[in-house]
Design a protein around this ligand. Structure first.
Ligand SMILES: Nc1ncnc2c1ncn2[C@@H]1O[C@H](COP(=O)(O)OP(=O)(O)O)[C@@H](O)[C@H]1O
Ligand SMILES: [Mg+2]
Length: 351
């Protein structure tokens, strides 16, 4: 499975561009702020239906334009498939797969599998729980059909309950209706996260052991935050829902030490890398297909040893890698592939 081509129209700083890709390695080379990450974002959008950045769809449209269109062609089992996404200023988004209009974004999810490695991802371990939840959620959305809608249902109920708690008059019977729904939808999420973390715990421990040359035993432990109706008085006081899977976390420890709080930067990054490589392994096992990998400025963040390890582990997948540096140490560790030069939203040279 690989992406053969992308066409961009009014997308971020790309006015009109067509780029064809190598089925193995594609290196996006350019100075800062030229459009390397934007191009990755366009690829990701057409695979997962939304940006990997926390932005509104309409932010993807070129400044001053009314709409953007992104069309990709990918090859699966020897056949070409197209995906087209059009976003308009009013926020409407139309998605077509092989020319057929989709009713839900989630229908896209089963066609291609994608993993992003970004400097943000290297912070999964050290930053706040929200980052770790997003990591789990993104993975589960790709491997468990129905998870995205469980998540949306839960968020919907949570939002309604919070709005109700902020209202003037609160009827306890009414609140208990939200509560039982919170409980039901929340538990669906917790069950799926529980089994996922158990799985990734095992796999990441093996990977981490290899990266650290046997020095560190990595352990992940789910810290679920079950919805608790007994705490309703607290919620009434705070006018907000204080418990439930929207507050979940998981503990990441090495040799028994909680890396979230006490890990060195190097340990935290290595653990994050182990998690990302585990994510890749799990997706590929579940789907029986290779994932497509996006690496946004990560290589320069890793030391030589970890760069080599990463490149060796990723070898056979289609990869899109951004870098500002082709002659320096990063390039020495890269496999052969196509070099795509990017400047000011234009692809200037393809080698
Ligand atoms: N909606 C948009 N319309 C036009 N330009 C945009 C839009 N969003 C971002 N940009 C421009 O894209 C550039 C950043 O591109 P990016 O891909 O992040 O750069 P890099 O090559 O460093 O990864 C900036 O110059 C920014 O102004
Ligand atoms: Mg960038």
């Amino acid at each position: 499975m690989y992406i053969k081509e992308i066409k961009l129209q009014n997308f971020r700083n790309y006015r009109e561009e067509k780029v064809s890709f190598n089925k193995n390695v594609n290196l996006f080379l350019g100075e800062n702020a030229q459009g390397k990450t934007n191009l990755l974002e366009g690829i990701y959008l057409n695979v997962l239906g939304k940006s990997f950045k926390n932005v509104r769809d309409k932010d993807l449209i070129m400044f001053g334009k009314d709409f953007c269109r992104i069309t990709t062609t990918h090859v699966s089992a020897g056949e070409d498939h197209t995906t087209e996404i059009v976003i308009s200023r009013d926020g409407k988004k139309g998605i077509k797969a092989d020319g057929v209009k989709l009713t839900r974004t989630s229908e896209l999810l089963d066609r291609l599998f994608m993993i992003v490695f970004s400097p943000e991802d290297l912070k999964i371990v050290k930053e706040d729980p929200e980052k770790r939840r997003r990591f789990i959620d993104r993975e589960l959305c790709q491997i468990k059909s129905g998870y995205l809608s469980d998540l949306n249902d839960y968020r919907h109920i949570l939002k309604q309950r919070n709005a109700y708690l902020k209202g003037d008059r609160i009827d306890m019977d009414m609140l208990s209706i939200w509560d039982s729904q919170m409980d039901e939808y929340g538990n669906r999420i917790i069950e799926k996260r529980k089994s996922f973390i158990k799985k990734i715990d095992k796999i990441s421990c093996e990977i981490h052991n290899k990266i650290t040359g046997g020095k560190e035993v990595l352990e992940l432990k789910y810290e679920p935050n079950e919805f608790n109706p007994a705490l309703v008085s607290e919620d009434l006081r705070n006018r907000n829902t204080g418990h439930g899977p929207h507050r979940d976390d998981f503990r990441i420890s090495a040799n028994g030490v909680d890396l979230r709080k006490y890990g060195s930067q190097g340990q935290q990054r290595t653990a994050a890398l182990s998690l990302k490589l585990s994510e890749k392994k799990i997706i590929e096992e579940e789907k029986g297909e290779k994932a497509i990998l996006l690496l946004d400025d990560v290589l320069s963040e890793l030391d030589n040893e970890r760069q080599v390890y990463l490149m060796n582990s990723l070898g056979e997948n289609q990869m899109f890698i951004t870098t500002t540096d082709i002659v320096g140490k990063v390039a020495r560790n890269l496999p052969e592939g196509k070099v795509i030069k990017i400047r000011g939203g234009e692809v200037t040279v393809e080698i």
